[in-house]
Design a binder for this molecule. Sequence first.
Ligand code: DLL
Length: 433
Amino acid sequence: MYWDKKFETMSLDEMQAFQLKQLRQTVAWVYEKVPFYKNKLDDLGINPKDIKELNDLGKLPFSIKNDLRDNYPFGLCAVPMQDVVRVHASSGTTGKPITGPYTADDLDQWSNCMARNLYAAGVRSNDILQNSYGIGLFTGGLGFLQGAEKIGATLIPTSSGQTERQILIMQDFGTTVLGCTPSYALTIAEKGQQMGINFKNLRLRVGVFGAEPWTVEMRKEIEERLDIKAHEAYGLTELMGPGVAFDCQAQDGFLHINEDHILAEIIDPVTGEVLPQGTKGELVFTAIQRRAMPMLRYRTRDITMLQRGKCECGRTLIKMEKVYGRSDDMLIIGGVNIFPSQIESLLLDQKGIEPQYVIIVRKKGYLDSLEVNVEAKAEIYQAGEGKIKEVEQRIETHMRGVIGIGIKIRLVSPGTITRSEGKAMRVIDERKM
Ligand code: DLL
């Protein structure tokens, strides 16, 4: 049932005592080893000894992506390079990459966190896991590899791309578990259909998807198309990679956080004030076991909320709501805040279209406007202009009713939107061009 029963089902008192001990050690560690943190703490007049209870976490300064960029590549690394056994990196959209160095022990912890994630999704030693996350600097590929190895499952490191070959391997090797981004899972499902594959006849039964926002509607779509149960992995390069949080059999839209490794807080993204459980805000993480790069109060920009309570799976690990977007992805149209994922969930409820879409943001005079290009189902497209208009208008009315603003819907011919092999590009912001 659990990979690491002790920590996954620990009582709150025990967990908090453990967290406090780790937090105190970590603050002392970075204070001693990383000038960046020492200067920041000194400026605030905080000494590591001032961390006496978990609530003292709030006394510590935040760190942000730019701190990593300013200290590129290894300025925040707390150990000599000789003790670093691996470095991952994420490219991000602009500027220098974010680096993630690991000691041997950091890697082992990460493998365990990933094993918890995969185990909760039902992966066992007799499974064959096809790892279609990009294997390289990206943490997805090797993170999944390590977790699968811990469990003793058979790993097939296909990495992403060459979709036809992926499907042949899936068929011939008897893959039972697929790991990739949700958008790539959709690409695989579509290609398989074109190849005449009936996924019901394959051994594939579970998917573990993540690395990008995806809605519950998208999960259902993937589950149907691939005839599997779709589970989730969440994480980020700065904290370890995938394995930070994962869903369990409850599939209630929340993910358990490996809180013996990572402390989570939710803050108001504008004021920085810590918000109570159940309130949406920006997720902030502190790594309390890592030694190469333990981030203090790292602002993820991911928007979610925390919830502690009894989970039907028996895990006591705190939960965070599934992440539907980052603060940087939020669109403000006509004074209304919208995440691309809200558009996805409304679209996927609609008939006559494929789950392939792109959102285009434009400036019209002083106002921003949104257009969504979405692929029509073949039969709709072939039925001609009248039918296409009818579907477009139906979706526009539906969107206006729910979101309250006008979004232009344009049905495009099937197969014309670029398919994802990794993280999907769902938004084209013409205002930035
Ligand atoms: O995407 C790590 C990962 C690999 C997670 C494989 C899951 C599976 P980065 O490239 O550094 O790391 O991107 C991290 O991706 O801050 C979120 O905004 C987003 N993200 C990751 N997982 C999810 C998810 C990897 N399950 C950034 N749901 C994070 C929504 C996700 N967003």
